[in-house]
Write a protein that binds this ligand. Structure first.
Ligand SMILES: C[S@@+](CC[C@H](N)C(=O)[O-])C[C@H]1O[C@@H](n2cnc3c(N)ncnc32)[C@H](O)[C@@H]1O
Length: 256
């Protein structure tokens, strides 16, 4: 009798829909190497080799030089560490060897530069990015949930080194308008990264929009997942395993 009760309690706790949110979030936290193992099957040694490749190559110098040339930009290149989510993104793209990557939200283009550098090292693949620079109102305020603005006159992606841009198509538009026709045009994609507007509704909309186009074995990534429960809810609904890195980047591998 008591065994049956314990068993049903354990199986209720293990059912994805019944795990309390805080616990689910804690259980889903991954180290960088843990995340890379989950997403792309890398051993710790393979992960460290890719991180070493990233930090020892010419990329950081090129990125620093490009950023130095941008007047008025408020970016500290040192904040993009080899342990941070941009480095995780680089390793995922290196290991997954995608043909097609789509991202929403470019701003100055740091995630874009990391993705393009990984594609450059892979010697294959193309990145499609969508970004709508925010319109600042008369009081200098940015409407909605936009948490990034570029100083006046700067273009989205201005930090992307010129040598990496040949694998890149940038679409200046809001994702609500540009994402559906882009996905239709591409047919199937390998990796989707959300980093545009971080409201629950918009994040969920982008995940749902991109999901049918992601190949089985492909990956859905999202920045700033801890702002709300959109990605956790999405994973529950689609019965997929949710992974979180540094309470910031969410990642799910499409299994079916
Ligand atoms: C957080 S920043 C992107 C940062 C970038 N991914 C990185 O890691 O360097 C968000 C960007 O998304 C853009 N954005 C916000 N809402 C958008 C929407 N609905 N469609 C397209 N872009 C949007 C903003 O203008 C801003 O440039």
């Amino acid at each position: 009798m008591i065994h049956t009760r314990i068993r049903s309690l354990v199986s209720a706790l293990l059912r994805p829909t019944s795990i309390p949110l805080g616990m689910k979030r804690r259980m889903s936290q991954r180290s960088l190497t843990g995340l890379l193992a989950e997403m792309v099957g890398l051993s710790s040694a393979q992960s460290y080799a890719l991180l070493e490749e990233l930090s020892s190559g010419s990329f950081r110098n090129e990125l620093d030089k490009q950023i130095e040339q941008i007047p008025g930009i408020n970016l500290d290149p040192k904040s993009f560490t080899v342990k941070g989510w941009h480095a995780g993104l680089y390793c995922i793209i290196r290991a997954a060897q995608p043909g097609v990557v789509v991202e929403t939200g470019v701003a100055s283009g740091i995630s874009t530069a990391f993705i393009l550098r990984a594609l450059h090292e892979n010697q294959k693949g193309k990145l499609y990015s969508i970004d709508l620079p925010p319109i600042v109102d008369g009081n200098g305020n940015v409407p909605g949930n936009m948490n990034w603005i570029l100083p006046d006159g700067l273009e989205p992606g201005c930090a992307v080194p010129l040598s990496l841009r040949h694998r890149w198509e940038l679409i200046i538009s809001c994702s609500e308008k540009a994402l559906p026709p882009l996905l239709q045009r591409l047919g199937q994609i390998d990796i989707f990264l959300h980093d545009s507007e971080h409201s629950y509704e918009h994040m969920m909309w982008e995940y749902e929009m991109a999901w049918p186009y992601i190949k089985t074995g492909g990956i859905l990534l999202s920045d700033d997942v801890s702002l709300n429960t959109a990605m956790i809810d999405f994973c529950r609904r689609h019965r997929h395993k949710y992974n979180e890195f540094e309470a910031k980047m969410g990642a799910v591998r499409k299994e079916f």
